[in-house]
Design a protein around this ligand. Structure first.
Ligand code: ARG
Length: 464
């Protein structure tokens, strides 16, 4: 059949000619919005049931429409569905196929609605599903990190600031830092989900409709909390997609930081961890290489996800109310960002589950770089009553002495210690070891193994 005639049956009443080929190319969204097929059918089925319940169409027409829509969906899901560019988008492709299947009743489905509320509804349903998927993916990764945190609750490693060794911390504590970030990411998706969970359906083109529709009924059927309260807003905002992208961008940034640490930690220079073969690749020319490709790709994903957020913000900025076709450009951004985020979450989960920390290397690095200097300063405050600023100064002098001798702080003898401050006693060596250092940091949320175990227990309880 001639594609242009398909289009004219949908809206061609006042058109004498079909669209130019370039017009069709720029106008059609079917190549990407076919991903909304399931949501389109779900929303249309709810709409048809409501039209029958309110007496706008007959029960038998509604039945034919609702069954026919299921057939269309199963045809689409089976693959090879003849999507038509001339039919522009998923909405008209579905309706056109429905007409071919059931005939005249199909034409009654589009009563009291428009593609404007239709697409807003379909897209909300899709993004809501992705928010749920992101939450599930985040929780899975949180559990993987909790496993690492529990196993390494007292495994000493260097904590860094400026990527310089700062103070000893525990592996478990470092892993829990990401659990906290991910929990906030989860909260952002949940917040966005709660705000987006209102139904635009029935807003029609922008002004509502004169048919006696029941928007509460369709909202409930689609598991929305309520219908949106303003029909102009319902068809013209995409803030729900923006919030999803913002949450995704922040989450992707968190994942990229862990990915970067895995890249650094797995180098021959650090040797802190062994990455699983399952998430690494070799080099085609250098036989000795094992590259952390998955981590690098996770590190790169914020590029496209932040890009999607900026793109959609830019598309929406300055658009007059209500619907404009600009908004058709929302979908590819969100599809791509959602795919990238789900993949990054899954890959990171696999990497974290397989990750093997190397305790000896971590411990050796933790002890380097005068990492217990703060413990020494704190001891001077606690035992000798020095003001912290003076203790800082004395400790600085000792670090200088140790550096000049090519030694670490615990290797300085008592005479050298007392040269910096006569009050220092042998007891000072008890706080200089890395285990003593981490065990002493028992403040709430601190790095002490007991704190780490308490936080692991708290998160296990919270995750259920
Ligand atoms: N494909 C369109 C979109 O994604 C559907 C809405 C079309 N509405 C319209 N008035 N042309 O935005």
């Amino acid at each position: 059949m001639d594609d242009n005639r398909d289009a004219n049956t949908m809206w061609g009443g006042r058109f004498a000619a079909g669209p130019d080929a370039v017009m069709e190319a720029i106008n059609a969204s079917i190549d990407f919005d076919r991903r909304l097929a399931a949501q389109d059918v779900e929303a249309s089925r709810a709409h048809a049931a409501m039209l029958a319940a309110t007496g706008v169409i007959t029960d038998s027409d509604a039945r034919a429409i609702r069954e026919g829509l299921l057939t269309v969906l199963s045809e689409i899901e089976a693959g090879g569905f003849p999507f038509s560019k001339a039919l522009e988008d998923i909405h008209m492709n579905v309706e056109s196929r429905l007409k071919a299947l059931i005939g005249e009743p199909a034409g009654r489905l589009h009563t009291a609605r428009s593609r404007n509320d239709q697409v807003a509804t379909d897209f909300r349903l899709w993004v809501r599903g992705q928010a749920d998927a992101a939450i599930a993916g985040i929780e899975t990764l949180m559990r993987a990190l909790l496993g690492q945190a529990e196993a390494g609750a007292d495994m000493v490693m260097p904590g860094f600031t400026h990527l310089q060794v700062a103070q000893p911390v525990t592996w478990g504590h470092h892993m829990l830092a990401y659990v906290e970030m991910l929990a906030r990411d989860r909260g952002r998706f949940a917040d966005a989900r709660a705000r987006m969970n209102e139904s635009p359906l029935g807003a029609a083109a922008l002004a509502g409709t004169s048919f006696p529709i029941d928007r509460h009924m369709t909202a409930a059927a689609l598991a929305f909390d309520r219908p949106m309260g303003n029909s102009i807003d319902a068809v013209s905002d995409r803030d729900f997609a923006l919030e999803f992208l913002a949450a995704a961008a922040i989450c992707a940034v968190h994942l990229s930081r862990l990915a970067e640490e895995l890249v650094i930690w797995s180098t021959a220079q650090f040797r802190f961890v062994t990455l699983s073969d399952r998430f690494s690749t070799g080099s085609s020319i250098m036989p000795q290489k094992k590259n952390p490709d998955a981590a690098e790709l996770i590190r790169a994903k914020p590029g496209r996800i932040i890009g999607a957020l900026v793109a959609l913000l830019t598309i929406m900025k300055g658009l007059p109310l209500a619907y404009s076709k600009d908004m058709q450009e929302d979908k590819e951004q969100v599809f791509d960002a959602a795919d990238a985020l789900m993949l990054a979450l899954a890959a990171m989960d696999g990497m974290v589950r397989d990750l093997k920390p190397r305790p000896e290397a971590l411990r050796a690095a933790a002890a380097s770089g005068f990492s217990t200097a703060t413990d020494l300063a704190d001891w001077l405050v606690r035992r000798l009553g020095l003001p912290f600023r003076d203790a800082h100064h004395v400790t600085g002098a000792l670090v200088k002495t140790a550096e000049a001798a090519g030694a670490d702080l615990p290797e300085l003898d008592l005479a050298a210690m007392q040269a910096a401050h006569p009050g220092i006693t042998a007891e000072v060596y008890e706080v200089l070891g890395v285990d003593n250092s981490v065990a002493s940091r028992t403040s709430y949320g601190g790095t002490a193994p007991a704190q780490v175990r308490a936080q692991v227990a708290r998160w296990r309880e919270a995750l259920g």
